[in-house]
Design a protein around this ligand. Sequence first.
Ligand SMILES: [Zn+2]
Length: 385
Amino acid sequence: MANKKIQLQYLWTDESVMQADLLKKTSSGMTDWANEFYKRYGFQFDVQPADPKPTVQSLAKFALKKNDGVSPDQDRARVIEEKYDELRRPIARKIEDNTKAIASHERSITAKEDQNVLKKTEEGILDAQLASVPATDFAQKNTILLLKIAVLKQETALTTEITALRKQVIALSNAITKLQSDVAALYAKQATELETGGYEPELRRQMTSLFLNQKIGDEKRVNVVFCRFLRRKLAMRGLENQKVIGETFGQIGALIPELSVGSSSRILRQWLWPYPFIIVDIEMADPWTVAHEIVHAAGHDHPAARKLVESLEKRIRGIKVDVLGRKLPEAEYEEVPRYREVPGGYFDGAENDIMNYSAKGSKPADFVLADADKQRLDRAQFVVP
Ligand SMILES: [Zn+2]
């Protein structure tokens, strides 16, 4: 029985990428690798363009741009997040300072109110004394009255201070409310920046315009865009096999104008290619990258990342103290686990599954395709008999 065809359209972000690819035979190597791998499962790659002796000239129309094509920045989200964290930090510090100031003012208010209660008691005692002094003893009355005036003055001073402190507390709470809304505004701005811009809409736009201008692209063919990554995902740092060297983007809703529609010529430029596509870093990619990514395009998602215990740290829990408060010679230890996040691709399927990042080996024979993934490919709209 003839192999089923996995239909792909190879594209390059610009001619310099194409040149590097032709020199190192990166994309053709990936095709060969995939064909050797997939023939065991009854599939083969059907790649456009199919030029046996390609040159930059012969492939020129498959470059999304002649020069300065998109360099996908896979670490963009982290960089944006860090930028906004930086902007939020001083505001968070001010909120903290204001909160501390409010707490300290409230302690002063309580202390002053307590003093005021004492003054009221003193006042009451003086009133009682005043009532018990004979009406004719002016000297004694005068002394007590002077004392009472002094107490009343102190009470007034305390009340004034309390009022001033309360005003400050209100001002500080209002300032906190304002700062909190500044923080919320920064989160909203960050979300907008993450959603707009970026390389995905730009690549989708360029694929649409290539389709409209050159009739290149097909909904039954997956576009594979060879490119140079600007930055790779840092989530993978510190692991073996750690580079993210390819990525698959899913189907998006429809041909949607990304921005509000201006002139009619702009409408076409802003329409986004809605079909799944793959990006591959020509500098770093392993030869099985397209073979792996195409399974994603068929609907396979890696499981979610997991937190793994990386090490246990021994820490002194607290010095033991005996009943008399004397330190005992031996300290009590506790073990504190340290975690690291490991991408789900490291647990994906059998040890030698094409979808498992930790699979060892480099030859097609070193890898296997899971039954479920074979069925996904059988059903994929880009696979034909
Ligand atoms: Zn993957």
